[in-house]
Structures are given as C-alpha cells and as structure tokens.
Design a protein around this ligand. Structure first.
Ligand SMILES: NC(=O)C1=CN([C@@H]2O[C@H](COP(=O)(O)OP(=O)(O)OC[C@H]3O[C@@H](n4cnc5c(N)ncnc54)[C@H](OP(=O)(O)O)[C@@H]3O)[C@@H](O)[C@H]2O)C=CC1
Ligand SMILES: O=C1OC[C@@H](O)[C@H](O)[C@H]1O
Length: 399
C-alpha cells in the first residue's frame, strides 16, 4: 500500500515539481536554448529546470515561428526564434550558454558542431550522432573550444542503475557469465511517419532504443564488447533500411581478475512494435536488464524510467539464500536526490555541477559515447542494414 502511495506521490511531484527558489542560489542562472520544439524537450529539460535553482530555459527555436512562440508561451520561455534561420539565430544569441539538441538523430552532428562553433555547451540527445566518427569529431571540437558536451543517457544518473552496478562489482552474484537488456514498445505508440522510421534522419530501433540496451550493458560490465556474434533486424515495411526491431548477441571479455577465461555472453533486444500474445493481447513492455553470474543474478525492471516504477531483484543461487527486492530512489551516500527526481532531473543536476566547475555525481565520458555508437554501427553491420548515413555537413575551417 505504502508503495502505491509512494508511486502516486512521485508521479504527482514529478509532473508538478516545486519551483526552485532562485534567490537562494548565488549567481545568475545558466541560460539554456532549445533547438526544435521537440516532444522530448518538456520532460527532458523544461520540467526538470523548474526545480533547478541554477537553470533558466531562456530560448527556443522552431522551424515554424508560431510553433516556437506557442512552445515558449506554454513553458514560460522568454525568447523564441522561428523560420528557416531560427536555429542559427538561437545559436547567435549571446545570452544562450547551453544548447539542448533534441533534433532527429541525423541532425545531431550538424547542429552540435554549429552550437560549439558558436561557443555554446551542448546537451546532446541520444544517440550522439549517426556514426562514431562524427561523435569523435564532436568531442574533439568541444575539447578544442573548451566546451562541455553531454550525451543525454539520463538513466545513468539514477541511483537504481548505479546500485545494480554496485551489486555486480561487489561480487555478490559471482563471476558474470551472461547479460540481457531489452527495451520495447507496444505497436501504435510510434506512428509510421515518426522521425524514428526515417533513414535519412538516422532512424531505426537500434539507434533509438537499442542504444540504451547497449549503453546499459557496457556500463554494467565496465568494458566494450569483444565481438558481435549475431544480429537480426525486423525491417520496417515503409523502408527496408530501417529496423523496427533488432536482436543481437555479443560477447564481452571474460571478467578481469576472475579465474574464468570464458567470454561473457550478452543479448540486447529492442522493438518499436512489440508483438502481442496470440496477436491480440498486449504484453507488459520488457524494459529490463539482467546480469547473471556464477552465484546468482541481478535484474532491474524499468532501467530507463526508474523514477516512475522499478524493481531490482537479486536472486542468489546458493542453498538457503533468499531472493530480495530493492527499490532505489536515493543515493546511499546521501548525494542529493529527491525520490521524485526523474533521470532527466538528475542529469541536469550533473550537467550544472560540471558547468559550474563542481564535481558531478557521475558523468557520461566522451569515449563512452564514441564507443557506444561504434558498437551500434557494428551491430547494424551484422544485421546487414549498415550504419545510418553520415551527415553531409562540413564544419567551415574558420570555426
Ligand atoms: N532522452 C530521452 O528520453 C529521449 C530522447 N529522444 C531523442 O530526442 C530526439 C528527438 O526526439 P523526439 O522529441 O521524440 O522527436 P520530435 O519529432 O518530437 O522532435 C524533433 C524535432 O526536430 C525538429 N526537426 C528539424 N528538422 C526536422 C526534420 N527534417 N524532420 C523532423 N523534425 C525535424 C523539429 O523541430 P521544429 O520544432 O523546429 O519543427 C522537431 O520538433 C531524438 O534524437 C531522440 O532519440 C527522444 C525521446 C526520449
Ligand atoms: O529515448 C527514448 O526513450 C524511450 C523511448 O520510448 C523513445 O523512443 C526513445 O526515443
């Protein structure tokens, strides 16, 4: 019962966050600008910003001026830019310090490079770019300019996934043998004209959802795969270069320091149109990660949005050992985190710490982002679909 009340409290407060007391913080807030009135922008940035005393969502740009204006009005944003130069105008605004880039994947590279050229830090939506080479260039350019780029793998900032890693690293489940990570959606949620189905915009289920399963597996194992063993893609009827779903088997190096020389076997799975039972009964979406070792297993259900609901289950295999379930909405070491804070709110907390020269609780390092898209490309290659098309944007030499 308490957990049901807790669930409602979390969801209510998440949707209606308390407004931060800006006056309580020293200095003026960091001003963010959003490129595109994207659907993800409210949950990922404007809502988390309400409770952050050091953030102001200052500007938004949309291709259609009216849309930009409406978005600005709805979310209390001071400035809006529209029209074909709207995005560039936002980048040229000297007040904007950080750019949030939630454009379609195929435009991430171009507009992140343009934002960096304009001297802005970037919160870049996942997956970072269409290719690892583009992601490498983004971080190289950011470093040259002394700017911060963070790929928005928000789940990494939540205590629940960090607890899973802690359990694995503690040795409680023994030597890791296998992993499984899945993220699926019921059919009909994503319409066939969505950016996710457009090849030229970097579409595909592996790009959109598979990137989480791969990132999560790589994070928990603390290393990169050694090989893609097999990969199959369910192709989109509207464009057979786009995957509606992808399943892949990979190997990871045998755990360091263990007696085992056996590679870890990993499976990742994603699907935009999760099949129904008997074709009619919808399934509970499989949004889980499971790691199995010689002494037991640990599983986190809903690793992507744990604030809403999750359960973390440890199943030891030893005789007499009991299965236990944990709920993890707080950091054990007392690092600030309200139970209702979404993964996006935690991500914003870390980004602001970084921008203000403080130490964030955790971070998604550039090499991690580069490696993630590299292995997405390798999986795509194994499916026969190949990488998404690289951007045609060329950074002017003067930048
Ligand atoms: N972190 C997370 O949890 C999530 C991340 N994402 C990521 O965010 C990004 C956007 O996703 P989402 O918000 O769902 O997508 P939307 O389609 O809602 O938003 C994309 C935006 O891109 C702009 N745009 C610019 N050029 C084009 C074009 N040629 N075609 C279509 N749109 C264009 C549009 O802006 P305009 O307003 O100017 O028309 C639109 O608002 C993706 O990279 C996705 O992977 C998405 C969902 C969840
Ligand atoms: O980032 C995302 O997270 C959840 C998915 O439902 C969505 O398609 C994706 O873009």
């Amino acid at each position: 019962m308490t957990s049901v009340i807790g669930l409602f409290k979390r969801i209510y407060t998440l949707a209606n966050p308390p407004k931060a007391d800006v006056s309580a913080e020293a200095g003026s807030p960091i001003k963010f600008g959003i490129l595109g009135a994207a659907n993800i922008a409210p949950p990922a940035l404007t809502n988390p910003a309400i409770s952050h005393p050091e953030v102001e969502i200052y500007a938004v740009a949309a291709r259609d001026e009216k849309k930009a204006q409406q978005f600005a009005k709805k979310h209390g944003i001071a400035k809006f830019y529209g029209g074909k130069d709207g995005y560039q105008k936002l980048l040229d605004d000297p007040e904007v310090e950080v750019v949030y880039n939630p454009l379609p994947n195929g435009l991430h590279y171009e507009w992140t490079m343009k934002a960096l050229a304009a001297g802005k830090h970037v919160l870049l939506e996942k997956p970072s770019c269409d290719t690892a080479e583009e992601t490498r260039r983004v971080f190289e350019f950011a470093e040259k300019k002394g700017l911060v780029v963070l790929e928005a793998f928000h789940f990494r900032f939540h205590p629940a996934i960090q607890r899973v890693k802690q359990i694995i690293d503690s040795g409680e489940i023994g030597t890791v043998k296998e992993t499984y990570a899945s993220l699926v959606m019921p059919g009909g949620v994503i319409k066939d004209d969505d950016i996710r189905f457009q090849y030229d915009l970097g579409g595909g289920s592996l790009m959109d959802m598979g990137c989480y399963t791969l990132m999560c597996t790589r994070y928990l194992l603390g290393t990169n795969p050694s090989a893609v063993v097999s990969a199959t893609a369910k192709r989109f009827s509207g464009d057979n270069r786009v995957d509606v779903g992808t399943t892949a088997e990979l190997t990871f190096p045998a755990p360091a320091g263990s007696d085992s020389s056996e590679p870890i076997k990993s499976k990742i799975h994603c699907d935009f149109k999760d099949p129904k039972y008997f074709g009619i009964i919808p399934r509970v979406p499989d949004i889980s990660v499971r790691v199995t070792g010689t002494e037991g297993s640990v599983e986190l259900y809903n690793f992507v949005m744990p604030t809403l609901y999750h359960h973390l289950t440890v199943r030891p295999t030893g005789k007499g050992k009991k299965t236990r379930t944990e709920k993890v909405y707080k950091f054990a070491d007392g690092t600030r985190c309200e139970e209702w804070w979404s993964t996006y709110r935690l991500q914003l907390e870390a980004l602001v710490h970084r921008l203000r020269g403080r130490t964030p609780q955790t971070w998604v390092e550039p090499q991690d982002s580069i490696d993630n898209i590299l292995w997405i490309e390798k999986v795509y290659e194994a499916t026969g679909l190949g990488s998404r098309p690289p951007s045609s944007f060329v950074l002017p030499e003067s930048a």
